[in-house]
Each structure stands twice: as structure tokens, then as C-alpha cells.
Design a protein around this ligand. Structure first.
Ligand SMILES: [Mn+2]
Length: 213
């Protein structure tokens, strides 16, 4: 069974970060890099998308359709970003109202880019593509993740098969730690233990070991 940490393609890669609904920029980029339909490259190199395909830009459904076509053809791999996780969680955030078929409200600085709104068919196709996306890809010489390679978390992801379930499990644990009545754990969040070496340089947070709880 495929877990949330999967094998990265061998061979030469082009790695593409946050597209955020900018379909024209994506088409131009793939054309510039020599990719044809469904991500076929004459030299056999392949694409890795880092996630955050959607939101903010004008046409998120078209970006997902293009990337999904490349993945289905075996010419690309794609990670889940936090924006994909938001829609998998059915969570409205600024920039993703298109997914719920609604125009975006005015942003702080004025209207945002007009966005193509998803219809029911788009919604099902997009969820079908996004929900099973892996959180990380690795091979002997390269590891790829959307945001942060946090070894403890990646070890857990490598034993998990569903990002939504993993998120909910960890959300519950975080809630427990943030609840003042459960002070045994919650104190860790406001003052990380001094015994953690290089606390600021390592990562934003990590789970306390049992000895630190
Ligand atoms: Mn992101």
C-alpha cells in the first residue's frame, strides 16, 4: 500500500513549486522547458510538482487538470501542499472560495484576480486528485517535501496512508496540548524545554519526547 512518503522518480527532474492557479504561466513554463502534451519530454526528464497548485490565481481547475494529466501519464509526480489540504479538509480560506463555487470577497487591498469557479464535476475531479497526494518523495540522493522535512513527522507520514486522517489525528493531539486544563502537556507549547538543542535552528516545533512531557 502506498504511504504518504513515496519513491521519487529516478533520473533528471524539473521541480516546479507553487503554481497557485496561474495556468498561463504554467503552460509557458512547461513549453519553455520542452515539455509537450501530458508532460512528455523528448529527453525523458520528468516533472515534480511541489504542491500548492491552487488558489489565488485565475484558473485552479485548469492547473489541476493539466498536472493530473501529466501524473496519470507517468510523466510527473505531485506533492500535497497546504492549499490542497485545505480543500481536502473542506475548509474555506481566503483565496479558495472558487472551490466552493463562490466568488472571492474583496481582499484587503481591493479585488483579487477574477477566478474560474468550480462546478460540481470540477470539485469531484479535484478532490479525487488531491486527496491521495503524498506528503513527501525521496530517493537516495534527494528528498522533496512542500514545506518542512521534520524527521519525526516524516517517520509518521511514512507509516500513514491518508493525509486527512493524519491531519485530524495530529490536530486532536495539538488541541489537547493547547487546552489549559491539560497543563501537563500544554506548557510545552509556551516554553519549549531548554534541553532541546538548537531549538530555533531545527524546525518550528517538534513533538516532545516522553521524557520531556
Ligand atoms: Mn504552501
Amino acid at each position: 500500500m502506498q504511504t504518504l512518503v513515496q519513491s521519487l522518480f529516478d533520473g533528471p527532474l524539473d521541480i516546479v513549486g507553487d503554481i497557485h492557479g496561474e495556468i498561463d504561466a504554467l503552460r509557458n513554463l512547461l513549453n519553455h522547458l520542452g515539455y509537450g502534451d501530458n508532460g512528455v519530454h523528448p529527453d525523458g526528464q520528468r516533472l515534480v510538482f511541489l504542491g500548492d497548485l491552487i488558489d489565488r490565481g485565475p484558473d485552479s481547475p485548469a492547473v489541476v487538470e493539466l498536472v493530473a494529466g501529466c501524473v496519470k501519464a507517468g510523466n510527473a509526480q505531485c506533492l500535497m501542499g497546504n492549499h490542497e489540504l485545505n480543500i481536502v479538509r473542506n475548509e474555506r480560506k481566503h483565496g479558495n472560495h472558487w472551490f466552493f463555487g463562490e466568488p472571492e470577497a474583496l481582499a484587503k487591498g481591493g479585488p483579487i484576480t477574477p477566478q474560474r469557479l468550480a462546478d460540481e464535476g470540477d470539485t469531484q475531479r479535484i478532490l479525487g486528485f488531491c486527496r491521495p497526494l503524498p506528503l513527501a518523495l525521496e530517493r537516495a540522493d534527494l528528498r522533496i517535501v512542500h514545506a518542512c522535512w521534520q524527521p519525526d513527522m516524516l517517520a509518521i507520514a511514512s507509516r500513514s496512508v491518508d493525509a486527512l486522517t493524519l491531519y485530524q489525528d495530529y490536530r486532536d493531539q495539538i488541541e489537547v496540548r493547547l487546552t489549559p486544563s491539560r497543563t501537563k502537556l500544554s506548557g510545552w507549547w509556551t516554553s519549549p524545554p531548554k534541553s532541546v538543542p538548537n531549538w530555533r535552528g531545527r524546525s518550528r516545533w517538534r513533538r516532545p519526547r516522553p521524557s520531556e512531557r
